[in-house]
Design a protein around this ligand. Structure first.
Ligand code: CO
Length: 211
C-alpha cells in the first residue's frame, strides 16, 4: 500500500488513542450529540481547516466548505446545511471565512478556463463586476486579488443575510453573521465585517487587518 495513504489510517489510530488517553469519556460524550454554536462556511482549500485555525475541537463548529466560500441561493447543499445549523442546532454565529491566495479567486480574476468550474466561478466574477471601478484602481495584481477576496467574503455575508432561512430566524432570535479572511502565510484571521439581527446593513470592521 502507498505510504502516504497508509499514514492516514495510522494517524487515525494515534488520534483515537491520544483522545481516549486524555479523556476516557471523549468519544462517549461526542456520541451523545452535537451542540455547536458556530456555522463555518469556508473554502475547500486544504490549508484552511476550521477547527485547527480556531483551536477548537470536534463538536464545536458545524462546517460547510466549497470552492471560494460562496453562498449561492440555488445551492441545495449549502441551504440544507444552513437550515439545519440555524433551525435544529440553533447556532448563534455564522462565519464566512475566505483566505488570501485563494485559487478560486485567482482563476476568476484571471479568466482562466476551467470547464465546469467556470459556472461556479461566475459568482466571483459577478462580485468583481460589482466593484470593478474600485478594483481596477488597484494596480498591484496581488493587492487587487486580496481586495477581491475581502469583497467576496462581504458579499457572501450579505447573501446569507438575504436567505429566507436567516430572515425568519432574525424575527425570532439573535444571530450574528461574520466575515473573516484567513492569511495562509501568517495563520491569522482578519475580522472584516458583521451583520447582527435587525440591522439594515453590514458593519465593516477590518479589526485585525493582518496578512
Ligand atoms: Co480558496
Amino acid at each position: 500500500m502507498e505510504e502516504s495513504y497508509k499514514r492516514l489510517i495510522d494517524g487515525n489510530r494515534r488520534f483515537a488513542l491520544t483522545k481516549k488517553f486524555e479523556d476516557p469519556e471523549y468519544f462517549k460524550k461526542l456520541s451523545l450529540g452535537q451542540k455547536p454554536e458556530y456555522l463555518w462556511i469556508g473554502c475547500s482549500d486544504s490549508r484552511v481547516p476550521a477547527n485547527e485555525v480556531t483551536s477548537t475541537e470536534a463538536g464545536q463548529i458545524f462546517v460547510h466548505r466549497n470552492v471560494a466560500n460562496l453562498v449561492v441561493h440555488t445551492d441545495m447543499s449549502m441551504l440544507t446545511v444552513l437550515d439545519y445549523a440555524v433551525n435544529f442546532l440553533k447556532v448563534k454565529h455564522i462565519v464566512v471565512c475566505g483566505h488570501y491566495g485563494c485559487g478560486g479567486i485567482n482563476a476568476a480574476i484571471n479568466n482562466q478556463v476551467n470547464g465546469i468550474a467556470d459556472n461556479w466561478l461566475l459568482n466571483i466574477k459577478n462580485v468583481y463586476n460589482k466593484y470593478s471601478g474600485e478594483l481596477q484602481e488597484i494596480k498591484d495584481p496581488d493587492k487587487r486579488m486580496d481586495k477581491l477576496t475581502e469583497l467576496n467574503v462581504i458579499e457572501q455575508v450579505r447573501n446569507i443575510a438575504k436567505t429566507s432561512i436567516v430572515q425568519k430566524v432574525w424575527s425570532e432570535r439573535p444571530l450574528h453573521i461574520h466575515g473573516w479572511v484567513y492569511g495562509i502565510n501568517s495563520g491569522l484571521i482578519s475580522d472584516l465585517c458583521v451583520i447582527h439581527d435587525g440591522q439594515e446593513d453590514i458593519e465593516e470592521i477590518y479589526r485585525y487587518n493582518i496578512k
